[in-house]
Design a protein around this ligand. Structure first.
Ligand SMILES: *[C@@H]1O[C@H](CO)[C@@H](O)[C@H](O)[C@H]1NC(C)=O
Ligand SMILES: *[C@@H]1O[C@H](CO)[C@@H](O)[C@H](O)[C@H]1NC(C)=O
Ligand SMILES: *[C@@H]1O[C@H](CO)[C@@H](O)[C@H](O)[C@H]1NC(C)=O
Ligand SMILES: *[C@@H]1O[C@H](CO)[C@@H](O)[C@H](O)[C@H]1NC(C)=O
Ligand SMILES: *[C@@H]1O[C@H](CO)[C@@H](O)[C@H](O)[C@H]1NC(C)=O
Length: 944
């Protein structure tokens, strides 16, 4: 017994002895201590460094790599982008980083170093080969010590707010550098080209958005430079810049050259063809005109030629012809999209290697040749937004077994595929918007099971959704089925999306419930359908990525679920024009980023939930046409400083107008009409700064946001829109909502006088205080409201004379002062004379034209004078002299807003139209002035 125990003990000790050296090869103690100090100085909200704990082999910590020979830490990867969401570290880099003497790779990209300087001590990591400091929010200047990194081969610096350097001396010392990517403003560094030209091993250079100076004729050392990649895009370089001279010199060789987004203009220089080595040439958005030079046809290595978004304007057949010779055998990608190229699509079989062809957004016409079906290497084919016509059928796709991405949108092509056609390809991306696809959904499209991007909006489909179920797949990222007549219900698939997709099914005939999986999208528009669910199934999901939700114009009913905290990321919520009822749920207050809230035209009741005071980003609130009661809350003014539009029209709100409303410096539309609001109009309305100013830059109230699509961000905008009464008609304002400046307090129980301070709201276009109990006189200097187009003070108890200053408002086109106690003579002016008696009637003591009552002492003698002035005005009308700038603005805005009545009259009257366009040219900058459509006046003038 004892012997066997001893034996066991001995074996155990032996085993321990054997193991000891291997366990300790891992981590050097002083390096572990250094790493722990580094961790201490970093704020790690996302747990990137959670594996860094003191009792472990540091070589096994995430982001740490040790040499398998020496055990020293050689790589440190603190990259903060684990997914498309940046999950970054904050804080600072601890100097004990320099303890890691053997470090060859250091990556601290996608973090937030709060605009501090890149630490100088990084320069003492003399073994560094690879250094990635990109997107790390480093600021100030680049420390010259960086120049000590004599072994450095790869340097990433882009995406940091670093100051414009005066020189690049540090760079000139990095003699081992092969790869450099930075976007620092180099406008003051006139010798940048000499410096990069002198770095002997530099083969990849990315200087994107560096404000590179357009230097001319600089002496260059006659060393030959050879680049794999040279990317100088987005720099405003012009064709006289030395860069071109340098490139075209016989010593420079480049394989991939990207000069996109510069300002070259003119014809494409022949000389590009002299860069023999060129395989990929990107010249997008550089304002080139004319044709592709014939010399390009001789470039036997050319694989990619990208000339997207220029002003090229020849015939496509000539372009193709000019590339024939040699380049046509090598070209794999030809991008001529977004130009003004004309002609029809030629036979491209002389380009046998073609994999990507982008010709969309040109002026191509004619039919598509059947030979296209022979381009068997084709993967991407974009022909959309051209005037192509004729039939497209399976012949055009007969050998296209590799096709992945097809754009035939906005063409007049007639789709004619046999019902049973089974295509050889599986498309990932389908752009068929505004094509004649329907009425039935093509069967061959139903077989495209791997599609992640599909746009078949406005394509005449009136099929049942059951033929489209295949589009709901976990890989879908973008789905636009809007503006069709698709019927049926969306099945309740318990689908998990790989990435939250954008789903737009607006304007169809869909009905039934909205299945909860749809709320896992990042954008969901189901408006203008017939969905009739009574309980939105929000509570089961939790999706912070849903930024946009529009369910307006359906038949949804019931109470809103109190689960909005599950959709914390919502920026825009539109539930207008449904049958929702009950209280506005408290949890809407958890939408901290919401900017637009539209619950108008439902049956919501109760008070405005005070939790909404958390939603400090709100710009737009529309709650009109509900049954809301209670007082107008103070927090509207005190907690929501960004409000631009607030509409509470047609509810049952009572109490007085809180003074806090005056804090809303950005407010432009205040519509509280048709409530039971009492008390007086606050004197402090002159604090509504936006209404005191005539200028406003943007015609729309837009929300701009980035949406992520797997591999890229797309910037999208949403424009608020709102139904507003304008001269007795309701219009859906969207394109000019930002120009409107309106106060409508009509049909309430307001008392007291109109405060003097109102006259400071000189940007105001419409003021409606009618149907209240207002008393006192009309403010005498009301004429200071120079932008006013609409003034309605009718049905109050206003007394005294009509101030003559009213005649100073040139732009006034609607005036209603009827049914008050006004007295005295109606002032006259060419402007005021255009209003008829209805503007004044119901004021027993008012006299003078246009009323029939004569004023005391005003006898027949007055009449000729008045007739005279009318005649005078009439004569001026014929000469257009009478027409004010305001009128032209009105017409221009009417044009923008789509008031076709006005545009129609313009078309009839040539001289008016000429004046109108002259105005547009001369006064473009004054367009801000406002909206008003002096339709009546136009017609009157046309009749004269
Ligand atoms: C050490 O690592 C290098 C590359 O990291 C690898 O190529 C080599 O095979 C490894 N050697 C041993 C002994 O594991
Ligand atoms: C970032 O820097 C600013 C000023 O430079 C400072 O006020 C702020 O506290 C810093 N933030 C963090 C997270 O260190
Ligand atoms: C391109 O080819 C057309 C037709 O062959 C020719 O007329 C034109 O001059 C060529 N353009 C250039 C820039 O060489
Ligand atoms: C294409 O447009 C041109 C110019 O507009 C016209 O002359 C030509 O006939 C059109 N070709 C076809 C096939 O429609
Ligand atoms: C009006 O604005 C001034 C200055 O911005 C501010 O001090 C004052 O409190 C405001 N008055 C009201 C009633 O909001």
């Amino acid at each position: 017994m004892g012997g066997s125990f001893l034996q066991f003990l001995l074996t155990f000790i032996l085993l321990l002895l054997c193991m000891k050296p291997t366990t300790h090869l891992g981590c050097k103690e002083h390096e572990r201590q250094a790493l722990l100090k580094i961790k201490q100085d970093l704020i790690d909200d996302y747990g990137l460094l959670s594996s860094w704990s003191s009792n472990q082999d540091c070589c096994k910590w995430s982001g740490v790599n040790c040499s398998n020979q020496t055990g020293h830490v050689i790589m440190l990867n603190l990259n903060g982008s684990t997914s498309f969401l940046s999950r970054h570290l904050q804080g600072k880099l601890n100097p004990s980083l320099t303890e890691l003497k053997y470090l060859t790779h250091l990556d601290v990209s996608y973090n937030d170093f709060n605009q501090t300087q890149i630490p100088e001590f990084i320069g003492s990591l003399s073994n560094l080969i690879f250094l990635d400091l990109s997107q790390a929010n480093f600021g100030r200047n680049i420390p010259y010590q960086l120049g000590n990194l004599s072994s450095l081969q790869y340097l990433y610096l882009w995406g940091n707010p670093i100051n414009n350097p005066k020189n690049l001396d540090w760079l000139s010392q990095l003699s081992s550098l092969t790869f450099l990517d930075m976007d620092i403003n180099l406008s003051k560094v006139n010798n940048w080209l000499q410096i990069v030209n002198k770095l002997p091993y530099l083969t990849s250079l990315y200087l994107i958005s560096c404000n590179l100076p357009n230097i001319f004729s600089i002496p260059l050392v006659n060393s030959s430079t050879s680049f794999d990649v040279l990317c100088l895009s987005d720099n405003d370089l012009t064709s006289s810049s030395s860069v071109l001279e340098w490139l075209f010199s016989s010593n420079t060789s480049v394989v991939e050259l990207d000069l996109s987004r510069n300002q070259f203009r003119g014809l494409i220089p022949d000389a590009f063809s002299r860069i023999n080595s060129l395989a990929h040439l990107y010249l997008d958005s550089v304002k080139f005109e004319g044709e592709i030079p014939k010399a390009f046809g001789g470039m036997c290595n050319l694989k990619t030629l990208s000339l997207s978004k220029n002003c090229l304007n020849g015939q496509l057949t000539d372009f193709i012809h000019n590339l024939t010779g040699c380049a046509n055998h090598s070209i794999e990608a030809l991008f001529l999209d977004r130009n003004q190229i004309t002609g029809s699509l030629p036979d491209l079989t002389t380009f046998p290697s073609l994999r990507e062809l982008r010709l969309d957004q040109n002026r191509l016409n004619g039919t598509i040749p059947e030979s296209l079906g022979k381009q068997s290497n084709l993967e991407i084919l974009h022909l959309g937004s051209n005037s192509l016509e004729g039939v497209i059928s399976e012949v055009h796709f007969s050998k296209l077994s590799n096709l992945k991405n097809l754009d035939l949108s906005n063409t007049s092509l007639v789709f004619n595929f046999s019902f049973d056609w089974v295509p050889q390809f599986q498309l990932d991306v389908i752009h068929f918007q505004s094509c004649q696809l329907g009425p039935r959904f093509p069967k061959w499209l139903q077989a495209q099971k791997s599609c992640y991007w599909i746009d078949i909006s406005n394509s005449g489909i009136s099929d049942n959704l059951s033929n489209l179920h295949w589009v709901f797949s976990s890989q879908i990222q973008f789905m636009n089925l809007s503006h069709n007549k698709i019927t049926g219900q969306i099945p309740d698939l318990s689908l998990e999306f790989n990435l939250p997709p954008m789903i737009d099914m607006r304007s169809n005939n869909l009905e039934g419930d909205i299945p909860s999986f749809l709320f896992k999208a990042s954008y969901l528009d189901l408006s203008y359908n017939m969905f009739s669910e009574s309980v939105l199934s929000l509570c089961a999901i939790n999706n912070e990525d849903l930024g946009f939700l529009d369910l307006s114009n359906n038949r949804l009913s019931g109470e809103l679920p109190d689960c909005w905290m599950h959709l914390k990321g919502l920026g825009i919520l539109n539930l207008a024009n449904n049958h929702f009822q009950g209280k506005i749920p408290n949890s809407l207050g958890s939408l901290l980023g919401i900017e637009t809230l539209d619950l108008s035209n439902n049956n919501f009741s109760g008070e405005l939930t005070s939790s909404l005071n958390n939603c400090v980003e709100l710009k737009f609130i529309n709650l009109r046409d509900n049954n809301l009661s209670g007082e107008i809350p103070m927090w509207l003014g005190s907690s929501l400083p960004n409000l631009v539009v607030i509409i509470l029209r047609s509810n049952h709100l009572h109490g007085s107008l809180p003074l806090h409303l005056c804090h809303l410096a950005h407010l432009q539309v205040l519509d509280f009409a048709l409530n039971q609001i009492s008390g007086s109009i606050p004197k402090c309305f002159n604090n509504l700064t936006a209404l005191t100013q005539k200028v406003r830059a943007n015609a729309t109230i837009s929300h701009i946001y980035d949406q992520y699509f797997g591999s890229f961000y797309m910037t999208r905008t949403y424009d608020d829109h709102v139904l507003l009464m304008w001269k007795g008609r309701e219009y859906d304002y969207k394109h000019i909502l930002g120009l409107l400046k309106i106060i409508d307090l009509s049909s309430n129980k307001l008392t007291g006088a109109i405060p003097e301070e109102i006259t400071e709201l000189t940007g105001l276009i419409s003021l409606n205080l009618s149907r209240n109990l207002l008393s006192g006189q009309i403010i005498s200097n009301i004429g200071e409201l120079q932008s006013l187009d609409f003034l309605d003070l009718s049905k109050n108890q206003l007394s005294g004379r009509i101030p003559s200053s009213l005649s100073h408002i040139d732009r006034l086109s609607v005036l209603d002062l009827s049914n008050n106690n006004l007295s005295g003579k109606i002032p006259t002016s060419p402007q005021l004379d255009t209003f008829n008696a209805s503007s004044y009637e119901g004021n027993p003591n008012l006299c003078g034209a246009p009323l029939l009552e004569k004023c005391p002492g005003e006898e027949i003698a007055q009449n000729p004078a008045m007739n005279g002035s009318r005649e005078h005005a009439g004569m001026q009308d014929e000469k257009e002299g009478f027409i004010s700038i305001g009128f032209y603005v009105s017409v221009a805005l009417g044009f923008i807003a789509g008031f076709w009545g006005v545009v129609g009259t313009l078309v009839l009257n040539m001289s008016l139209r000429v004046a109108f366009f002259r105005f547009l040219n001369d006064f473009k900058d004054r367009l801000y002035v406002a909206i008003s459509v002096n339709l009546a006046r136009v017609q009157r003038q046309l009749q004269n």
